[in-house]
Each structure stands twice: as structure tokens, then as C-alpha cells.
Design a protein around this ligand. Structure first.
Ligand SMILES: NC(=[NH2+])NCCC[C@H](N)C(=O)O
Length: 379
């Protein structure tokens, strides 16, 4: 089918589901530590928090083989669940075990598999946009999606790549983490190294920073890199979509903070978050998920890097305005949604905190029913 996706709730016809193959480690360097900065209270990132790119690809934080295998098992079951729901599933090329690191003029980085598909691409109607990544090891992630995107292009879809950043240390605006670190015990990231390719702050933004509501798109902007990305989106989408900025609703991604379940209904992390939403969204009805419990998550060792907050299971995927895929590890959330009239499709996803993403992050909804960008803000 032709690319057609304007929101996160219309009946789902086609989806891209990430690949977990060969996700064996996290490369600890400046861009990684910056990106996961807000999650460090939950994990045990030891000092020094990062090494500069001059020191190669940084330290690797290995992921236990057992978790990688269990992740793979869960992701393959997600694919089966989509098939049972008659939703076409597209898969990226899996990362080959022999692929080492990539080198650009400005940096070298390890490669991670295309797992959190939500992050580096976004669909606006009949157009797929590859976004400029925030983490160096994800620089070439959309390469694994070439066959899928090329097929949508052949069928008549638009296919756009946003400008790629140089990604030297100086490309990153550190103000968000500098402010967050004030008075805290965390080591501030203060030692960016100069590079001959420095060009000032660059455009870097992830698809997962956007909330798509038909004609209106809300974009989380928490630093100068995001602001440039949002400027680009605004100019590119002008006349087709209305872009609105959310100021620091989260560090970057917002899909474990706020999600739209159908017109007029949001799933929101907490009432505090609700207060920060723009007026137009505050008029919508809201569901607040029950506070996640410790026993919703596996117990990990000190060496296992935890990359998400406890709210990660809010990251559900809507199959239609009344059916939602929910992590089976979160029965409280399932009950809450059922209480509001939703049909819940439980899906097993054990290690979302180790791999930085829930069901929404692992997927990209490329085809949903609906024929154009509708105006939902009058609800
Ligand atoms: N698209 C994504 N990868 N989203 C994941 C966001 C996770 C968020 N930082 C949290 O810890 O709750």
C-alpha cells in the first residue's frame, strides 16, 4: 500500500518493526551519555561518564547474551502478533555480526542495529523523512531500512533525508544537561574536544520527539539542536502540516511522556506533565497510567546499563482507535485501558529498559487508514 500515516491511532495496515539481531553492546561516548543523561539516575553509569571521540569509539558497555536472545524472541513474537492482526510487517536488514565501526570525517562509532525504528524516521502522510540522529552509533541506522523505504518510493511515496550533521563534540548544545546537573552529584559533560570540522550547533532531532495529530504536529524542543531540526520541519511541512513547539516536555523523545490514543484522548505520564501541555491539548481527555511497580521489571545487575525510566511501558502502540498493544509485563496499565473501553493486545517485551524502547519505539506505522490530515484540535 501507499505510505499513509497522519496520526498514531487510525486503523493500522502496515508497520516497520525493528530488528534486535546482534545488539551486543552500547558505545559509551559523548553523544550516548548526553542522550541518556536523564536516565542516569536509574542506572549505574560510572565515572568518568564518557571519553572523547579522540579516544576511538569509547568504552563498550556489553549486554548479556541472554538478554539479547530474549529480546530477539520477544521482537519475533511481536511480528507474529502483527501478522495475526492482519497487519503487514516490514523488517529492516538485520545488522551483520561482522559489521564493526563506521568512520566519518569527524568521528568513529560502533554500529547498533535498527531496533528503535521510531527514532530516526517519521512519516507525514505520504512522505517518509529520515531524521538526523542524536547518537553517533546511530548515524547510519536508516541504511538498514533502504529496501523498505525504496519499496514505498516505488509505490509513489515521497522519501526525504534531513541534512546530516558532522557531529563533532562542538555540534552538541550541552545547555539542557548543564542545567539538569546543577547541584546534582552527576558529573557534568564539560570537556568537548575541538575538531577541524567544528561548525557550531547542528540540526539533530529524532522522529520520536513528534506527536502527530493529523494536520497538527507537536515537536519537543529542549536544546538548540532540536530547535534547528524543528525549524527545518516547519519550513519543509509548511502548507501541509502545522508545527507547534513543546518546550522541554522531556529531554528528547516524548513517547513515554504523552501519546494520543484517539482524537480527544491522550495517555499522559503524570498530572504534572499534563500541566505543561499546550492549552489546545489540555482540553483533551487524559488517562494517567498507574505508577509502574518495581516488579514490572526484571532485576538487573550493577553492570547492566538501564536506558529508560520506569514509565517506558506507557509506550504503547495503537492498532486502531479502540485497540492497543500493551506490554504484557504491565497488567495494571492493561486494566486501566480496558476500564476505558479499549481492547488490549498483550505483547511480551521484557528488556525494554536495557534497549531503550517500548512497543511504540520499536515500530514505525507507515500505513494507517484515513485519507488526509484532519483537524483534531477542536475536540
Ligand atoms: N522512541 C523512543 N526510543 N522512546 C523511548 C523514550 C524513553 C524515555 N527517555 C524514558 O526513559 O522513559
Amino acid at each position: 500500500m501507499l505510505l499513509n500515516s497522519y496520526d498514531s491511532w487510525s486503523p493500522l495496515r502496515e508497520v516497520v518493526l525493528g530488528s534486535a539481531d546482534n545488539y551486543t553492546s552500547h558505545a559509551r561516548e559523548l553523544s550516548f551519555d548526553l542522550f541518556f543523561h536523564d536516565e542516569t539516575p536509574y542506572s549505574r553509569i560510572y565515572y568518568p561518564r564518557h571519553v572523547s571521540p579522540g579516544a576511538g569509539t569509547g568504552r563498550r558497555s556489553p549486554i548479556k547474551q541472554r538478554y539479547v536472545e530474549e529480546l530477539r524472541e520477544d521482537v519475533e513474537q511481536m511480528a507474529d502478533t502483527f501478522a495475526q492482526l492482519s497487519i503487514t510487517v516490514h523488517r529492516p536488514l538485520p545488522l551483520d555480526a561482522a559489521t564493526g565501526e563506521v568512520h566519518t570525517p569527524a568521528f568513529a562509532a560502533a554500529v547498533v542495529p535498527p531496533l528503535n525504528i521510531r527514532d530516526n524516521s517519521i512519516v507525514f502522510g505520504d512522505e517518509i523523512i529520515e531524521t538526523p540522529p542524536l547518537v553517533r552509533s546511530r548515524y547510519f541506522e536508516t541504511q538498514f531500512l533502504k529496501p523498505v523505504y525504496a519499496e514505498y518510493f516505488r509505490r509513489g511515496g515521497r522519501w526525504t533525508v534531513m541534512p546530516r550533521p558532522m557531529m563533532t563534540d562542538a555540534s552538541f548544545d550541552l545547555s539542557y544537561v548543564a542545567e539538569a546537573d546543577k547541584g546534582s552529584l552527576f558529573e557534568t559533560i564539560t570537556d568537548p574536544r575541538p575538531s577541524p570540522y567544528d561548525t557550531g550547533f547542528e540540526m539533530m532531532i529524532d522522529g520520536a520527539q513528534c506527536l502527530r495529530l493529523g494536520r497538527d504536529v507537536f515537536v519537543n524542543v529542549s536544546n538548540a539542536n532540536h530547535a534547528l531540526g524543528c525549524d527545518w520541519l516547519e519550513r519543509h511541512l509548511e502548507g501541509r502540516f502545522r508545527v507547534h513547539r513543546l518546550h522541554r516536555l522531556a529531554d528528547s523523545h516524548i513517547d513515554s511522556t504523552v501519546l494520543a490514543l484517539r482524537p480527544g484522548l491522550l495517555l499522559v505520564r503524570t498530572p504534572d506533565v499534563a500541566e505543561q501541555l499546550p492549552k489546545a491539548l489540555q482540553r483533551w481527555d487524559m488517562i494517567f497510567p498507574p505508577e509502574p511497580e518495581d516488579n514490572n521489571f526484571p532485576d538487573y545487575d550493577d553492570g547492566d546499563l538501564i536506558l529508560t525510566s520506569r514509565y517506558i511501558d506507557l509506550n504503547v502502540l495503537s492498532v486502531s482507535p479502540d485497540t492497543v498493544m500493551v506490554n504484557a509485563a504491565c497488567p495494571e496499565l492493561a486494566r486501566t485501558l480496558e476500564g476505558r473501553g479499549f481492547t488490549v493486545v498483550p505483547v511480551r517485551h521484557r528488556h525494554r529498559r536495557l534497549f531503550g524502547g517500548g512497543l511504540h519505539c520499536f515500530t514505525l506505522d507507515t500505513v494507517r487508514e484515513g485519507s488526509g490530515p484532519e483537524d483534531y484540535l477542536d475536540y
